[in-house]
Design a protein around this ligand. Structure first.
Ligand code: SF4
Ligand code: SF4
Length: 468
């Protein structure tokens, strides 16, 4: 840290032009990007949990990624762009600047939406490298207290998470939420708490993990035995939706198995650079699901399906788990992907809605799933699909980004809401709980007459399987 303070003092800056340019990039909003490719040495960080240096070096600075990066769109400065982040990480790898604030702080401004990865001609995996660099920065920078509580104490223990939801239920049932929202007292709270409150929808009485039987039989002949990966937020908040997912799967010949001891997929931990906990959770889930004879593992949370597919890569260097993690990941399907893959039972009842589809980043950019959810929506009689502009542009939710970077997340959400409004749709469908929460809060605060649902909600309605 001390070293960095000396470096950011321009009167005492080192003479090398390259170091000066790196300092400009952090300090000066108009600075040009540095040229670290002249560096010939070894990268500072190596090993399986370090950013892939070769991948960073593949950046040709073409700038194609700038047009799709939400943080670049809000700030219009190089340091908030994928290209700027690559150069910043290279400068760290080459020992030109230390991995400390404000460099780390800048890395946390990235949404990890991976939109840049979809368009990059050099296949630079900017979001992935940013996450790994955050992991290395752990210890250099204390984690936000709220992030620590959620990630380390609650999300690693489903029972604690369920227990922690009780005060929130009472807060809603006793009418305190209504009072708090009406009175404006919220404005007196810290921003992270304000944001948490406004995102809070009405919670179900019982988490689905407790309410659902361990095995739900197929309706009619069994074609598949499917393990259901029930996300934490889906179980606690969107229990009705996930119950519908199970019914839709059962209607399509699936015997659905819910291993009750499953834990969080680790996506929130990956976002905050907590790689050790992420690996711990991955090993637990791989072990657990291996105990069941399953054809597929299906998740109706895009972040869960994306994260669990990455278990193979995550545990690749662990001889005890590499093969089992690969076998696990090969079975994982997002529910929209799975339903588009199998011969789908034709939905019968009309669902008269004009629907626009918001693509969750973890579905479109991380898993490359874009057409499948639209195909599922397209077979529902009565549904009129209206494409929004920038459907694959992040909504600002991004894990817990909307709690830790409230203002920036709000700016990104505003852009999404404008695009939804311009379609004239009465319903927006999206396949990720973080997006559902963010969009629900957004449409409510703007007073838009728009329902926010998961594609499976509409399919279940058409099947007449809506008996939650
Ligand atoms: S699109 Fe890829 S190669 Fe081009 S500037 Fe962005 S990260 Fe670098
Ligand atoms: S992951 Fe998203 S926010 Fe981060 S650099 Fe890429 S496009 Fe920008």
């Amino acid at each position: 840290m001390k070293r960095f303070q000396i470096w950011t003092d321009f009167t005492a800056a080192p003479s090398a032009n390259e170091q000066m340019t790196i300092i400009h990039i952090v300090k000066d909003r108009t600075a040009r990007i540095p040229t670290p490719s002249v560096y010939r040495g070894e990268p500072l960080f190596q090993g399986p949990d370090a950013p892939a240096y070769d991948n960073l070096m593949a950046c040709v600075k073409c700038g194609l990624c700038l047009s799709v990066c939400p943080t670049y769109a809000t700030d219009a400065v190089e340091i908030q762009s994928p290209r700027g982040r690559v150069q910043l990480m290279l400068a760290v790898e080459q020992g030109q600047i230390p991995l400390a604030d404000p460099v780390v702080e800048h890395l946390y401004h990235c949404l990890d939406c991976r939109a840049c990865e979809t368009v990059c001609p050099s296949e630079v995996r900017v979001g992935e490298q940013v996450l790994l660099m955050r992991g290395l920065a752990e210890g250099e920078r204390p984690r936000h207290w709220l992030a620590r509580l959620i990630l380390e104490q609650l999300m690693t223990h489903p029972e604690r998470l369920e227990l922690a939801a009780w005060p929130l239920r009472l807060y809603q049932w006793l009418g305190i939420q209504w009072l708090v929202r009406k009175s404006g007292v919220l404005r007196l709270l810290p921003k992270a708490l304000q944001s948490m409150e406004r995102l809070l929808p009405t919670l179900p009485r019982t988490p689905l993990r407790r309410a659902l039987p361990e095995v739900t039989p197929a309706v009619g002949a069994r074609s598949y035995r499917v393990g259901f990966f029930l996300g934490c937020v889906m179980s606690l908040v969107f229990a009705k939706t996930s119950a519908r997912t199970v019914r839709v799967l059962a209607e399509n010949g699936c015997e659905v198995v819910l291993p009750k001891a499953q834990k969080c997929c680790g996506a929130p931990h990956a976002g905050e650079g907590d790689i050790a906990t992420l690996k711990h959770l991955a090993r637990h889930n791989v072990d657990l699901f291996a105990g069941y004879e399953l054809d597929y593992i299906v998740a109706d949370c895009a972040a869960c399906s994306a994260q669990t597919k990455e278990y193979a890569q995550l545990l690749d260097d662990d001889p005890a788990y590499a093969e089992r993690a690969r076998a696990f990941a090969a079975k994982v399907r997002d529910v929209t992907e799975f339903l588009a893959e199998i011969p789908l039972r034709e939905p019968a009842a009309e669902v008269r809605r004009k629907v626009t589809y918001h693509e969750a980043c973890h579905l479109c950019h991380v898993q490359g799933i874009t057409q499948e959810p639209r195909r599922v929506l397209g077979v529902i009689p009565g549904v009129e699909l209206a494409e929004m502009r920038e459907a694959s542009w992040c909504c600002g939710s991004a894990g817990i980004y909307n709690l830790t970077h409230v203002e920036r997340a709000d700016q990104i959400l505003d852009r999404k809401l404008d695009n939804i409004a311009s379609t004239g749709a009465d319903t927006v469908a999206t396949a990720n709980p973080g997006c559902l929460l963010q969009l629900m809060a957004g449409v409510r605060e703007r007073g838009m007459a728009v329902d926010v649902v998961h594609p499976v909600d509409l399919l279940a309605e058409s099947y007449g399987a809506d008996r939650a």
